[in-house]
Design a binder for this molecule. Sequence first.
Ligand code: SAH
Length: 528
Amino acid sequence: MRSTLARALLTAAGRSFMQSRAFAPRASQSLSLRATTLGVRSLSTTPRLRNLEDELERKWSTPLAKRLADAISATGPVPLASFMRMCLTADIGGYYTGAIEEGRDQFGLKGDFVTSPEISQVFGELIGIWFVTEWMAQGKQSQGVELIEVGPGRGTLMDDMLRTIQKFGKLANSIDAVYMVEASPQLREVQKNLLCGADAPMTESKVGYHSVCKYMSVPIVWTDTVKSIPNASEKMPFIVAHEFFDALPIHAFQCVEVPATQDIKPSPSDLSSPSTRTSQPTVQWREMLVSPTPPGSTHDSLRTPASQSRETPPPDFQLTLAQANTRHSLYLPESSPRYRAIRSQVGPGALIEVCPDAALYATDFAVRVGGSAQYPKAKPKGAALILDYGPGDGTVPTNSLRGIRRHRRVSPFAEPGLTDLSADVDFAGIAESALRASEGVEVHGPVDQGTFLNLMGIKERAEMLIRAAAANAKTDEAKQHASDIEKAWMRLVDRGPGGMGKVYKALAILPENGGWRKPVGFGGDVVV
Ligand code: SAH
């Protein structure tokens, strides 16, 4: 049964709505974009001095906000991705990596949001089963299997997966190691306690941190990045990423029309120089940058959208449109034909979000499964399963950055380091990067989480649990528990508002097989 904590969460769910991160209304004004002209300074002395005094006295909402403001005053406005990276994973004061306020954590009732593995144990069990079916379909390799999870949170998903996998003895024996890619030292500790026991020692090496799992006594290795995990051609890596990609930093760009440059005629005395040709107006990408809000700003003056709670202090920062090209605007929006099509077909006003880290992770997964020139693999094997929220129809995410705090939508620029930030995942972009990185892989999905879990047999599994819980239920509390299990699994597949069945998606990267075998959950059958 799910832990008492989750039970408490479930029971409480009726009283206090626990926000899953996907449920930020996609308000078009969520980025409160302002046409502030960057770099333009007032020439009149008095207001300038007053600004300076205001800046000197300005109280920032968190220590991280002050650090960011100091950095911006030295370098100028920063890309949204730099802001997000600092907010989420800065050593001091980052949302995941800096110590969070006492008595709180990121997940659950006392935290900011809730995720599927924390809602029901059935979720992790079915993900475990999914990898079992891939191991069977790929020939039941008897050694060299690796489980890799990126962004494991509290470790709940891996715990539920391993508890399930250990029941498949041959697969259990074939597992060499479990790798956990985790940026947060605090969460690494939480994961170790859950998977290895609070007393289990953890040792440090050049690769990362090591301990031994309570399931099957397999070694577990924690690394900061996926790059630190060795890539050997005979391994069969099974990789899972749940609500990880949405936490990776994004860049945001807007299309603008750049007027024609002026015709420069040669001087009458210099007839040898040709006249410079008049260029046509062009449509170019401009990057959205983060800069401080004016001192003394209020939610009213910043026009914080109605979709965002005003219980936070007014945002310290805002997005502004760069007036000229930036390093990133020159190449990121040109890196995919999808972005180029938006520029030419939608033109001025079009917005896109680009996540270079997502491309790096997708590339890494594809190369591990399918090989590449640098990492040749005689036989592609393994699988990656990515579960997250974002458009499933191939469209590029726009305006999807959201801030979540205590189960409420807040401005992403309020209380940096205390606010969870996430953005829609570009599944089509992940597929593109994976296929580009390795000829040895193919991609399935994305399919809706509801479809995936239903095909994986969530109803049957949950009913077994409910029957078992009801059979043993002697007290009212125990009877309540059976009904909680029911509510929990229904929420995972519910396609209505508040449900997670439609907004969340699953995408699989598999060894290339000419498309003849679909994986289970994506329309394929179990291959024994
Ligand atoms: N998968 C978990 C947790 C999701 S929250 C669940 O569904 O419950 C995001 C997780 O990714 C956290 O564990 C966070 O610490 C980790 N994380 C965020 N950014 C990261 C990064 N850049 N590198 C490694 N881990 C990161």
